[in-house]
Design a protein around this ligand. Sequence first.
Ligand SMILES: CC(C)(COP(=O)(O)OP(=O)(O)OC[C@H]1O[C@@H](n2cnc3c(N)ncnc32)[C@H](O)[C@@H]1OP(=O)(O)O)[C@@H](O)C(=O)NCCC(=O)NCCS
Length: 213
Amino acid sequence: MPLYKTITVNKDTSIAIWKVEETEGFLAEGIELSDHCQSRYDGMKSELHRRAFLSIRHLMAIYGYVDKDLFYDESGKPHLKDGNLISISHSHNFTGIIISKSDDVGIDIEKQREKILRIAHKFTPFEEYRTLANTMAIVRKLTIVWGAKESLYKIYGQQGISFLHHINVADFSFSENRTTAEIIYEGDISHYKVDFIEFEGFTCVYAIKDKTD
Ligand SMILES: CC(C)(COP(=O)(O)OP(=O)(O)OC[C@H]1O[C@@H](n2cnc3c(N)ncnc32)[C@H](O)[C@@H]1OP(=O)(O)O)[C@@H](O)C(=O)NCCC(=O)NCCS
């Protein structure tokens, strides 16, 4: 099944998620890449990465975009030439985009893995999560926090910000499916709404920057 899920976030902002199950040849059909993207694509060693990369172009097509409507800045952040905002994520066989006409947006898809327990101290004050019922609940929560921080990082676009020291994610319960977060960096404070969904052992987090900042 190609298109896995779409979410209308608000009147200007939408999300689409692809479950990559097709062959590379099937996904490549009808997709024309810019010189920049073609050379990146040709350099990708992993077939799954190439399929994920192509599937993103199919997701863009849902909103009327082709690869040439996209360009990347020197940090690797994607932009749409028409001024609308886009963020992209891929994790194993799931890929997703968020597109907005008006809001700064970020998206991150992550596979839920116990490995995150080992690196948690690098990106969050881990103690907060000790009260959770079982290891899987802790993994799920940490994956959401990680995804939130990746999403904010993608919006902020400033190398040098530390997940641990500059990005705070407010505590939340799973049933809320949302939280808030802030970046405090060099005297600048910005605020974000964060939503998350979980499916098939994956977590998708997306963030929207508050317009009031
Ligand atoms: C760039 C980064 C955000 C990508 O995230 P990821 O989880 O590795 O990979 P994802 O698949 O979710 O995202 C990749 C997409 O992000 C986008 N991207 C890359 N660099 C970006 C940037 N600087 N800003 C915004 N988006 C960016 C691209 O669209 C890319 O996909 P594409 O090149 O195929 O179009 C990530 O590698 C990174 O640098 N994170 C910050 C590092 C850090 O501080 N870590 C803290 C450790 S405690």
